[in-house]
Design a protein around this ligand. Sequence first.
Ligand code: HEM
Length: 454
Amino acid sequence: MADMTVAYSPSHGLGEEQSIWFKLTPLLNQENPMQVLMALSDKYNGVIPINLKNQRIVLLSEPQHAERVLVSNADNYTKYFDGLRPIFGNSMITIDGALWQKIRTPQQAAFHPNMFEEYFPYLMSAIDSKMARWTEVAETGETVEMVEETWTLAAEMVCKALFDREMPFNPHFVFQQVKIYTDVMNHKSIRLKNQRGELVEMTAEDTAKAMEVWHSIPETVIGANAIDHREKTLLKMLEAAEADPDFPEFDHRQVIDEMKQYLWAGTESTALTLAWSLYLLSQHPEAMERIRAEAHAVCGDADPEWNQVQQLSYTRMVIQETMRLFPPVWALIRIAAGDDHIQGHKVKAGDKVVILSYIAHHSPKYWDDPEKFDPERFAPERAKKRVKYSYLPFSAGKRACIGGALSQIENTLALVQLLRRFTPEYVGPVPAKIHATVTFCPKGGLPFRIRALR
Ligand code: HEM
């Protein structure tokens, strides 16, 4: 194991000057941020070193870079999560080394595919709530913001399936609160610099208040009544780790932080994927029809049963293609613990290294006609030909997403069920504008009208 001491100043806020998100703001805060990054990557052969006065950032975009940083030399790269600690606390997603392994191990079982059948009715029940809401929305004809719609669905899925709780909070409110924090471009320090002291709607108090709301959520979930008193839930696994006398590090604070991580990392990316897939499907009605036809062929008019989910293969390919075009986690950030060499470039201890998954996902070197929406490229025969690490929606190596397989089940079921009853019509500008912050968001959201089919 490499020495994990890193040469950078720890614990800064997301919008403070030391934050990498702050430093990248000039690159990202423009009309077409991804085109700029892709052009730079092309010009510099996939390695873009940026030297700022006290910090070097190395932007990387080739599959072999991802392999080096995330897999073969992963121990040399620690996670960069400073600005996100108010959201994730010290949960596993933020920790490195032996403690990370210790914290992850007791939770791993909750994400084994043999648990999914148990989650299935709870995922379906969360989708039922969304359908009930959309029935009302379809009647009023109001415009809804799709990321908010899908985020609330994903949050309900996590609460029901993983925690055995009804969602005991108003997800629309909580979602808005956390967005206040993660929306880096709005942070006071950035705004003051950009707008010469012209204070608009946001203050530091707003972000503090938003975080207070957020911190209260896990205890509210724990305190709510269990739905079915299931024995094998993620929450039970967290509580068992807390009760284990041989595991003093896993205290109550750890349980709370892990829950925060699931309520954010386990919901926002799933929600973005579903929202972007609905956006793409509204531009490709033939693909929407194909999902409906597949659902009919597999399930008839009935709801899907667990043993039919695997057969919904086109729907799953739509989700995979969505994550290629709009990877919710579009940049993976690490800090070099020791020196390294990447494609002839020296990486020095303390450098921040950013793997730009988005660029590999859109590179003509690895994908035919990369900007085309073509779910069939994920058909097994074609997927076999893919260059390894050219597709990284869930990262790679030991720190890869724990919930990737679960999220695909969640979104497959959601697409099938929602599209058989509704046509969500995107009513915003085409193409949708991008807001690349910590996650790959649509600028100003994705407005939709919902039409009921029956
Ligand atoms: C489309 C949906 C999702 C996407 C695109 C996604 C993406 C990712 C990525 C890229 C990472 C690695 C971040 C890094 O290396 O810096 C990650 C980690 C993680 N994700 Fe996901 N995720 C999704 C859904 C979920 C779900 C459903 C859960 C749980 C309910 C989840 C829980 C986690 C956790 C706990 C980690 C940290 C793992 C570790 O550090 O050991 N994610 N996710």
